[in-house]
Design a protein around this ligand. Structure first.
Ligand SMILES: CCCCCCCCC/C=C/C(=O)SCCNC(=O)CCNC(=O)[C@H](O)C(C)(C)COP(=O)(O)OP(=O)(O)OC[C@H]1O[C@@H](n2cnc3c(N)ncnc32)[C@H](O)[C@@H]1OP(=O)(O)O
Ligand SMILES: NC(=O)C1=CN([C@@H]2O[C@H](COP(=O)(O)OP(=O)(O)OC[C@H]3O[C@@H](n4cnc5c(N)ncnc54)[C@H](OP(=O)(O)O)[C@@H]3O)[C@@H](O)[C@H]2O)C=CC1
Length: 243
């Protein structure tokens, strides 16, 4: 990855940090964004000088577009920033739905639009993080499942429209980050993990390695693909986070 520039959103925590560190380890120059400067600063401390942190809210369209355009040539874009709250659909207000749809789909689409020229110049690659099997429905996550299914469709559509740019949708199942621990009680996470065919979670290192591999060019015969990194959980049943 030496000599290549990567942008990782949500690089201050969890999956985003692990991805940023792995890419730096492989020689890339990594730009990491997120809202909380102190989280990004910790990633920078761990990563060393080839990581550059910029506080940015990806939902701020103007700021995000200007920032991405300023990067110029872009070899790899990792759209990892995301999140939601767990609630039954009946308890999700219009504003709540909009907030989650915006963060996980609309803002991501806008960032891709802003990065198109830089990606095209580089013959670059994109990894969009989604969530395992949203198309089967996830009870307690209607807003996010809808947005995440949209990411896969967006990935496929842009793969048709942007010649020379490879786009992938990487959909983990359960990755035991602090972020997911704040959202879901341990017994719910244990139940989801136990019911996956492989009976296991997905490690941070595995997600980071997949992103690095897709970003490195080993999968350059592929574009538009959805890769479910979930121990097979999407195969067995629609998930429920509400019991
Ligand atoms: C098959 C395998 C499967 C595998 C399944 C694997 C397990 C799950 C995998 C998922 C993993 C992860 O995502 S890990 C990442 C975990 N971390 C997170 O997701 C936390 C991030 N969440 C957030 O930051 C926020 O919730 C975010 C979505 C961005 C919204 O932030 P905002 O500041 O824009 O929102 P706010 O202004 O606070 O609120 C906007 C509206 O949302 C409403 N709202 C906010 N929280 C609410 C709540 N708990 N219940 C109802 N409504 C809520 C508010 O009342 C507002 O509506 P009004 O009242 O009408 O005004
Ligand atoms: N952990 C899991 O089991 C799974 C996670 N995922 C997805 O993978 C991604 C990373 O998850 P994980 O590391 O576990 O969770 P985290 O909560 O640790 O990561 C989310 C990251 O996104 C950043 N972020 C959130 N909102 C914004 C915003 N508006 N602008 C810029 N950055 C933002 C956060 O930083 P800050 O708050 O500082 O802005 C944070 O670094 C998420 O999209 C998540 O939904 C998918 C499947 C499973």
């Amino acid at each position: 990855m030496r000599g290549r520039t990567a942008l990782v959103t949500g690089a201050g925590t969890g999956i985003g940090r692990a991805v940023a560190l792995r890419l730096v380890e492989l020689g890339a120059d990594v730009v990491g964004v997120g809202r909380r400067p102190e989280r990004l600063a910790e990633t920078a401390r761990l990563a060393g000088e080839r990581f550059e942190a910029t506080p940015l809210d990806v939902r701020d369209r103007a700021a995000a577009a200007a920032f991405v355009a300023g990067l110029g040539r872009l070899d790899l874009l990792v759209n990892n920033a995301g999140g939601q709250f767990v609630a039954p659909a009946a308890g999700i207000s219009r504003r709540g739905f909009d907030a989650v749809a915006d963060l996980n789909l609309t803002a991501l689409a806008a960032l891709l639009q802003a990065a198109r020229a830089g990606l095209t110049t580089a013959g670059g690659r994109v990894v969009n993080l989604s969530l395992s099997a949203p198309d089967r429905g996830i009870a307690g996550l209607a807003h996010s499942a809808a947005a995440r299914a949209g990411i896969a469709a967006l990935t496929r559509s842009l793969a048709r429209e942007w010649p020379g740019v490879r786009l992938f949708c990487l959909a983990p199942g359960t990755v035991l980050t602090a972020g997911v621990g704040d959202e879901l009680p341990p017994e719910v996470l244990a139940r989801i993990v136990a019911t996956t065919p492989l009976g296991r979670d997905t490690s941070l290192a595995e997600v980071a390695e997949w992103v690095a591999a897709l970003g490195s060019g080993v999968a350059d015969a592929v574009s538009g693909a959805l890769i479910e990194l979930d121990g097979g959980s999407g195969l067995v049943s629609a998930a429920s986070l509400t019991g």
